[in-house]
Design a protein around this ligand. Structure first.
Ligand code: ATP
Ligand code: MG
Length: 332
């Protein structure tokens, strides 16, 4: 297969929070790449470091207490960690933009959608106000908001949840970014609206040839839209492969646990099998594999040796001692 140069490469990223209660290792050795035009999913339980990974890419880690203590974030050949705030502001919104879970936290309730969209466009594009307004109308139309000229005059609260999310997506697309990071963009929406928004992402991606990082805790969303997926556990990648392969042949016990905890409609109504136990405290991670205390296949060596992300096949990486050909099982 022809190898495509990645648009984004995150290499060995470590983002920690230095709190009075200890060092929170929110992201602790994350590496992945995103190719132009692809959708990469990042999936994992609450607190696994998905949003902090995204915020690290965008240079939005609150400091103090947060700090990127190691790693590189290479975007279009440049290390973003070497950029200053002014340079990052140019990149955010223009080259890389973001859609958050709850649009009400990112839209300003006291301004009309027109004012907010026009300002965003003018901040990055060399346009007149009139041109920016035309662009805003065009974008609302693109994301499927009927009567866009009239709707521009509305305030955020005058839109339904699904429509507000469309407005957010339109704003994120306003400067034709080459990478869009969507952090749980459909979690707050009901399932029909969720399906519409996911369709919209797919359509936009095709039309605008942009890459997407889709952050979600929902494997259903991953199967709908992602080409490849990184499963995260306790600030580290547990598994990284193509979506189809993850669903057909997921290997990490955590990935399999996530799959078994999705409800399925089957004639014999199999019981859901939730992953028992809780994610670890990121301030005092266990010595070995951080998933070991919850793992059905835990071996003695898992308690002392933290596995590395290893290649089990082409385009398939797993961080588990079962795949590093090791020792005796403690329980099965
Ligand atoms: N400002 C902060 N100070 C201390 N710890 C923080 C701070 N922000 C985030 N963290 C911690 O970093 C870890 C990773 O958080 P993150 O928001 O990336 O999780 P997530 O995977 O996005 O979860 P969710 O699915 O709930 O959104 C969490 O344990 C969180 O408590
Ligand atoms: Mg999050």
């Amino acid at each position: 297969m022809k190898s495509v140069k990645p648009l984004l490469e995150v290499k060995n990223l470590h983002t920690h929070f230095f709190t009075k209660a200890g060092v929170v290792r929110a992201v602790d050795g994350v590496s992945f790449d995103v190719k132009p035009g692809e959708t990469l999913g990042i999936v994992g339980e609450s607190g696994s470091g998905k949003s902090i990974t995204a915020m690290s890419i965008l240079g939005l880690i609150p400091s103090p207490p947060g700090k990127i203590v190691d790693g590189e974030i290479i975007f279009k050949g440049d290390n973003l960690l070497k950029k200053n705030e002014r340079q990052m502001r140019q990149i955010r919104g223009k080259e890389i933009s973001m859609v958050f879970q709850d649009p009400m936290t990112s839209l300003n309730p006291v301004f009309t959608v027109e004012k907010q969209m026009v300002e965003t466009i003018l901040a990055h594009e060399n346009m007149t106000k009139k041109q920016a307004k035309d662009r805003a109308t065009e974008l609302l139309n693109l994301v499927g908001i009927p009567d866009p000229n009239k709707r521009l005059k509305n305030y955020p609260h005058e839109f339904s949840g699904g429509m507000r999310q469309r407005v957010m997506i339109a704003m994120a697309l306003s400067c034709n970014p080459s990478l869009l990071i969507a952090d749980e963009p459909t979690t707050a929406l009901d399932v029909t609206i969720q399906a519409q928004i996911l369709e919209l992402f797919k359509k936009m991606q095709k039309e605008l040839d942009m890459a997407i990082i889709m952050i979600t805790h929902d494997l259903g969303v991953v199967s709908e839209v992602c080409d490849r997926v990184m499963v995260m556990y306790a600030g580290k990648p547990a598994e990284f492969t193509e979506t189809k392969r993850l669903f057909d042949n997921g290997k990490h016990p955590y990935t399999i646990g996530l799959m078994n905890s999705i409800p399925k409609i089957t004639p014999n109504k199999e019981k859901l099998q939730p992953i028992t136990g809780l994610p670890p405290d990121l301030r005092s991670l266990p010595t070995g594999c951080s998933f070991a205390p919850r793992c059905k296949h835990v071996m003695e060596s898992c308690l002392t040796h933290d596995p590395t992300l290893s290649k089990v096949d082409d385009n398939h990486l797993v961080r588990c001692l079962l795949y590093e050909q090791t020792k005796k099982a403690v329980t099965t």
